[in-house]
Write a protein that binds this ligand. Sequence first.
Ligand SMILES: [Zn+2]
Length: 493
Amino acid sequence: MGVLSGLQPERVFHYFEEICGIPHGSGHVEAISDYLVEFAKRRGLPWIRDEAGNVIFIKEASPGYEGEAAVILQGHMDMVAVSEPGLAVDMTREPLRLAVEGDRIRALGTSLGGDDGIAVAYMLALFEDGSLKHPRLEAVITVDEEVGMDGARVIDLSMLQGRRMINLDSEEEGIFLAGCAGGARIRCHLGTPASEHGGRIWQVTLGGLKGGHSGGEIHRERGNSNLLMGRFLRGLSRELETGLLSCEGGMADNAIPRESVARILVPEGAEENLRAFAAAWEKEAGAELASRDPGFFLRLERGEAERALCLWGEELDRCAAYWSSLPNGVQAMSQDIEGLVETSLNLGVLHFSAREGLEADFSVRSSIESAKRALLDKVGALTELAGGTCRVEGDYPGWAYRVHSPLREKMTALYEEMYGRKPRIEAIHAGLECGLLAAKIPDLDCVSMGPDMRDIHTAQETLSISSTARVWEYLVRLLEQKDGEILQERRRL
Ligand SMILES: [Zn+2]
């Protein structure tokens, strides 16, 4: 007996539990990909698997639905595999340990992978059930969405007939996503001259910031520790002769950095000046950040006296001028959708060493392709002017909001009929696979939806049982509904 047996819809939770029994963190998707192919083989469904491990399978229209528009159902098979600190678990080998707590399912000590295992479970339950009525269904299940959408990037969709796609990778019931941002990473490098100087080493930590996801939280204008460090060093180098030995800040280009640590060298005897400057600077920056990042702090730690290779004096001032003037944060808000960030960037990761110079990695996003390119070019131009170079990686297209979308209109009408209220139609500033897939399917009409989940990508992730059931019922009815049926019923009323 599984932990989830007894829950409804029974087959959806049956498949979800099977999926949770197969380790499927990003980068370790062979077994889950095999499982999906086995599923299709056993049921005689036409299937394709490409070299990346992406799986497509097809279910023909049920009798009477041959003339209806084919529907693509889409999700990703990988999950963010994270565990609580200190928990001895090997998520590449061990199955998840599921638990039911009230209306929520979780995995003990680890992420659950409701994102996006529940999408796969829905698809398997839909494809196995011979009693359902639906048009031709095409399931597209990608690999490694969570680490750069690698599967969606390479998948060939030319054999699909569908021009309508329901992406099942959203985590709030009642919200239909209708657009997402495109993005890219830009890595900038500035070589700097190093020279040896004597003095005392100090470690400077700028921290206590809230951070957040650069797609979901950039509009909150939180402090970016990497940029703050650039500002601090620019100010300090004008105050007293300073050398920079190293600096590290941030974990990933798409995470707003919460802490940056620099090792600097100042002449012996300058301790008082340094302390006074740092205290005044902390006060000023703290006041600026007070309402957004009340935990902000600057910490100075005194190190050894030594001679060290560093970026010194005026050279540091020049580098810090570039560093502190890099653009960051929201660059434009959408004029079509209220409250949507149109274009932004985040200086997520920064490294400096006296030997290698400065490397600054940004995540750039925009729902408008040309605005994204212009911003990439701006960062590139600034870096070139400073004498550095840039390279762009992981470029992916956005999914532009369609003013007229027959699929969205049909989904909205059915939602209103079932729940007596309108769904929220939103676009997001984060990236979804829909952008990459829309670029491969001409005139794709797409909506993204899913059941309620909380704390995805963390060991606290949970999935709502009742929401999973409602979304299942909604999907079944949506597929069963022929085009125009809702409108006809309305006219009769
Ligand atoms: Zn996902």
